[in-house]
Design a protein around this ligand. Structure first.
Ligand code: CDP
Length: 224
């Protein structure tokens, strides 16, 4: 069977990771969450007291950062210099830092190399901001997921609330707006719908409805 790749891009809270994970399970292929890699770079900066907005300092220490993606019981784990940081990278502070370090071209080039290597020789669902436009421009299927800012903020708020994270809806909404702005306006590989991507506005849609819509786009011989 031929390998195939599905690229899922879109802004924060559009449902990319939930959808991509379920889709990958359904198709029995691997899921790659590229945001986790930018988050790990941000965590490194925070832990080492490097200002994540200080581009020059970050460029200088890039060689000290080793990021690996491994799979444990089908779940992606992110290793930062050998340590599993998959849970630690889910804070709001790390979200802000990830969006800042992701504007640095050198950081992106390093992460993209890792992403393309993972995609080599295996079928995958990969989610991020620039997968369909830059990382895997030849992906077989490209999806661009969107939703209103209100809905995205609500989803993220619920997710964090369930994890016991204390934050306000207003704070989340502002953070999402700021990240949308950062991600869409950066010079190198910004968040953008690829010309050949199919856009799905998930506002008011359930996860099952979105999955169903995407599955219909996938040729049957890809996964039978
Ligand atoms: O899940 P959520 O959308 O909140 O964030 P994420 O996918 O974990 O990504 C965190 C940040 O990393 C984003 O705000 C982007 O700035 C950056 N990112 C990126 O620039 N390119 C990617 N392929 C993935 C994430």
């Amino acid at each position: 069977m031929k390998h195939f790749s599905i690229a899922i891009d879109g802004p924060a809270g559009a449902g990319k990771s939930t959808i991509a994970k379920l889709l990958a399970n359904k198709l029995k292929i691997i899921y790659v969450d590229t945001g986790a890699m930018y988050r790990a770079v941000a965590l490194y900066c925070i832990n080492n007291e490097i200002n994540y907005n200080d581009k020059e300092s970050i460029k200088n220490i890039l060689d000290d950062i080793d990021i690996k993606i491994v799979y444990k019981e089908n779940n992606q784990r992110v290793l930062l210099n050998g340590k599993d940081v998959s849970n630690e990278i889910r804070t709001n502070e790390v979200s802000r830092g990830a969006s800042a370090v992701a504007t640095i071209k050198e950081v992106r080039i390093k992460m993209v190399e890792l992403q393309r290597n993972i995609a080599k020789g295996t079928s995958i669902v990969m989610d991020g901001r620039d997968i369909g436009t830059y990382v895997l421009p030849n992906a077989d299927i490209k999806i661009f997921l969107t939703a209103s800012v209100e809905e995205r903020a609500n989803r993220r708020y619920k997710e964090l609330f369930q994890k016991g994270v204390n934050c306000s809806l207003e704070e989340i909404k502002n953070e999402i707006k700021q990240r949308d702005k950062n991600d869409s306006s950066r010079e190198f590989a910004p968040l953008k719908k690829a010309k050949d991507a199919i856009e799905i506005d998930t506002t008011g849609m359930t996860v099952e409805e979105v999955i169903e819509k995407i599955v219909k786009l996938i040729p049957k011989d890809f996964y039978n």
